[in-house]
Structure formats: C-alpha cells, structure tokens
Design a protein around this ligand. Structure first.
Ligand code: F6R
Length: 359
C-alpha cells in the first residue's frame, strides 16, 4: 500500500534511495561494471547502439545516449513510434536497446520487432521480469526498481539512468574502438554516495514551498543542456501529466530560436545545470529573466546560475552525471507538490494509462 504517503507517486519518489541501491548492488566490482547474465565480451561485435523508448523511458534513453557517446560508443535515442521512418541502416552489428519500464509498450515492442527483422541484435532494459520485451529480446537487463504503481514514472527513470550509465561503461570496455572517458572511474566511484545524496535531496527539498509560490503561472518552462536537457524534458513531461498545467522542456540554446516569444513574468523557467557544461544555460536563463520570467536554478550551490536565479533547488555537488539525476528528483517533487496543491488525481491522471499497449 501507500503506507504513510498520500499517493503512490510520493512513496515511489521517496523509495529512490533504495531503488538506486538495488540498481547498483553487485554491478560494480573492483571498479569494473559487471552484469550477471552479460559477461565481458558480450558486446564485442557491436558497432552502434540504438535506444528505443517512449515518454519517460525516452528521456532516460537521451540520458543514456549522452553517456554512451561520451564513452566513445556510437549511439542514438529514437522515439519508438518513429523507429521505422528514422532508424536508418541496421545490421547484426547494431544493438537495439528497448528501454521500457513495463516491457509492454506497444510502440517499443513494435520497434524492436522491426529492428530484429532487419537483422539487429536486441537488449531489453526493463523493470518487469518476464515482460514481453524481456522475453522477446536477445538479452534482458533489469533495472530492479520494484513495482511502480503511480502512472507517472519516477523511481524507474532514476533506475534506468543508473543502469544505462553502467551499460555505457560495459559497452565501452567491450568495444575495441571505444575510449572510456578519463573520468569514468570517478563516475563509478561517485555512485557509492548516490543513494544517500538522493535521501538528502528528499529530506531537504524546498520544492513544496516553491510549487506554492509559482502556482499562478500560465506556463512552466524547463531548460538544460546535455544531460540537463534530458532532465528538462522529463521535468516538463512530469509537470504536464500530473498538474494539467502547460509545461514545455527545451534545450537551453533552443529558447532563443522561438520559445522565448512565450516567456513572460507569468512563465517560470526551471534551469537545470550539472556543474559540468552549464555556462551557456546561465546565459540562456539570464535572457529569460530579463523578459521578466522567474528563474529557478536546479543544481549545485556555488554556481553563477544559483546566484542569478530567483529561487534555487539545491543538488549535491557530485559527478555531473549524478547531479543531473538528482536535479530530476527535485523536479519530481515540484510536479508532485504542484499537483497536490491543485488537488489532481496524482496516481491516475486523466486520459493516461500505466502501460500503453496500443500503437
Ligand atoms: C510518464 C510515463 C510514460 C511512460 C511511457 C513508456 O510518466 O509514465 O511516458 O514512460 O508510456 O512506458 P514504458 O517505460 O513502460 O515503456
């Protein structure tokens, strides 16, 4: 049941320290990634990776694609419903990774079937043991988040992000031409602290008070760059689906090419930064601020964006990859508290289903 929580969504947000521990547990051994059913060398023949997914899982795939590319692995994230028109040439050296919490999403299953028919190899990254995706793919890798009841995906995004980060390191180790980034050791080491850092974000977040302050806005924008972009897109999706308010996520740099026309004092902008690659996000957020938009900085302390913003949701200053993940936890809380104040049916938003089994 929901226990002490008003909604499953809040319970699931708060279960992230445990879910993250489970996703990591036993999978980093002596500084190397180890997956029980996928021994070293499993991916030695892979030339390129296509992550196919929908919704929140697509945003986790963008996150994973960023990590694969920075590990020197050629990778793309493709919305599963667009697979057929955009996949391009595929052969047995293409690894198609179905990223799907439920393992039952029709568009995702269809994309993997299309890829398999064209000769690709497949891997399901899923939460549900025995799901269709897990059974149909050549291999399965479980994110071990535990059951998710709320329609809005929360803990499973975090578990997918961690699992894909580990997978990126495994692929980089297996592929002769891939060069793991110099800081991959630091990224894996920083994982040890991630569950506790998630706990402290949950304990100390000011998201509830902030949601109340911003409740009268007309639109909510979310911007970020690189990993921050995937978090911005996810932040906006979560916000719209449970509050029914208008929300959009953009790459920080895209704001000035059109969306800035919508920015007013009635459109708060959540600017996600990771501590890594965020000078430009500061500039873009400042542009929005000069149009009167309240800026909420979402990232570590001691950063120009935190100083320049009207409000700040603080995130522990860890490896940029995990900073991005923790920024997403802050945004989950903003969406939850805004929806709770608006008295929305948080666990079952109108028109939405937990798993979408139609194309
Ligand atoms: C958003 C949400 C949906 C799902 C999407 C894919 O909160 O839950 O966008 O992420 O329908 O579902 P799975 O991951 O089960 O394939």
């Amino acid at each position: 049941g929901k226990g002490e929580y008003d909604h499953y969504m809040l319970k699931e947000i708060h279960s992230q320290p445990t879910a993250l521990s489970n996703a990591i547990d036993g999978r980093v051994v002596d500084g190397e990634v180890s997956f029980e059913d996928l021994p070293p060398g499993t991916f030695a023949d892979v030339e390129t990776v296509q992550l196919v997914a929908c919704g929140t899982s697509y945003h986790a795939s963008l996150f994973g694609t960023h990590l694969l590319r920075s590990a020197g692995v050629s990778a793309d994230a493709i919305r599963a419903s667009e697979y057929e028109p955009v996949s391009g040439p595929v052969d047995e050296r293409t690894l198609v990774v179905a990223v799907t919490q439920s393992g039952e999403t029709a568009d995702t299953l269809d994309a993997v079937r299309t890829a398999s028919d064209r000769g690709a190899r497949s891997l399901a990254v899923t939460n549900v043991v025995g799901s269709t995706a897990a059974r149909e793919a050549d291999d399965a890798l479980y994110i071990r988040a535990g059951p998710e009841v709320g329609v809005a995906a929360t803990k499973t995004f975090s578990s997918q992000a961690v699992t894909l980060a580990l997978l990126s390191q495994r692929l980089a180790a297996d592929l002769p031409e891939a060069t793991p980034p110099a800081d991959s050791t630091a990224m894996l080491e920083a994982l040890d602290d991630l569950p506790n850092q998630a706990e402290s974000v949950l304990a100390e977040s000011r998201a509830s008070a902030l949601a109340r302050e911003l409740l009268d806005a007309r639109s909510y924008f979310f911007i970020g760059r690189g990993l921050g972009r995937s978090v911005a897109l996810e932040g906006a999706l979560k916000f719209k689906e449970i509050t029914y308010e208008h929300a959009e996520g953009f790459a920080s740099g895209a704001l000035k090419h059109g969306p800035l026309a919508l920015v007013t004092e009635e459109s708060p902008v959540f600017a996600v930064y990771t501590g890594g690659e965020d000078g430009k996000t500061t500039t873009n957020a400042t542009e929005a601020r000069s149009r009167g938009a309240p800026i909420v900085a979402v990232g570590p302390d001691d950063h120009p964006l935190a100083d320049a913003a009207d409000a700040h949701l603080s995130v522990p200053d860890t490896h940029p990859v995990w900073t991005a993940l923790l920024a997403n936890v802050q945004l989950q809380l903003v969406s939850y508290h805004a929806a709770a104040l608006l008295d929305r049916p948080i666990d079952k938003p109108r028109n939405l289903a937990k798993s979408v089994t139609v194309e």
